[in-house]
Design a binder for this molecule. Structure first.
Ligand code: URA
Length: 193
């Protein structure tokens, strides 16, 4: 099974490498597919690569990634034991929020990735990811301040999943008052596994 997943993920990475479905690839140095354990029960979904991610081709390696690593460790999780990806694969210029048409153009890549991993728990981080995951799984509209830290059941193509929305780590860097809640949410999330 793991071998199958590695092969399917390799095919996805190859296809993403030549994707031209939106304009974001024109300014991107690397396409960031995500990384971690393809057999993990838990997938984190962020928004989009930033400068450090664009340079390295890896998700969450800048300041938000360092905080994410700390949050994972605090909850007894590790980057190697989960899978981390984003709504879009290419860095939006100036780190702006990806536009609806860019998210739509990239959506097939994330859907394919999730279909390969078949996670039991999906944790969208921040508004872009929450909007995307809520729309994809028919969960309606979401206000992050209301939905963070609350598990929701949804049906995916491979079976039931728990959607567990989180604030984006970058939000807690800019607004330190969110940090305690994000730590508590991460611990609750780890408790679901
Ligand atoms: N922010 C994101 O949403 N994703 C990354 O990969 C890095 C920062």
């Amino acid at each position: 099974m793991a071998g199958d997943k590695a092969r399917l993920f390799g095919e996805l990475v190859t296809d993403v490498a030549t994707c031209r479905q939106c304009g974001l690839c024109e300014g991107a140095k690397n396409r960031v597919n995500g990384e971690g354990d393809l057999d993990s029960r838990l997938v984190f979904v962020g928004e989009a690569p930033g400068r450090r991610e664009d340079e390295s081709g890896r998700p969450f390696v800048g300041s938000a990634g360092k905080l994410l690593d700390r949050l994972l460790a605090g909850a007894g999780l590790s980057r190697r034991g989960v899978f981390i990806s984003n709504v879009v694969r290419c860095r939006p210029p100036g780190n702006r929020k990806p536009k609806g048409a860019e998210v739509e153009a990239c959506s097939g890549h994330l859907d394919r990735l999730l279909g390969i991993i078949e996670p039991r728990v999906i944790a969208p981080m921040g508004n872009s990811a929450i909007e995307y995951v809520f729309a994809r799984y028919g969960l309606g509209e979401a206000v992050i301040g209301d939905v963070h830290g609350k598990p929701l059941r949804a049906e995916a193509a491979w079976g039931g999943v728990t959607v567990f929305p989180l604030y984006h780590p970058a939000a807690a860097i800019y607004n330190r008052s969110l940090l305690g809640g994000l730590e508590a949410d991460m611990t609750a999330l780890a408790g679901l596994l």
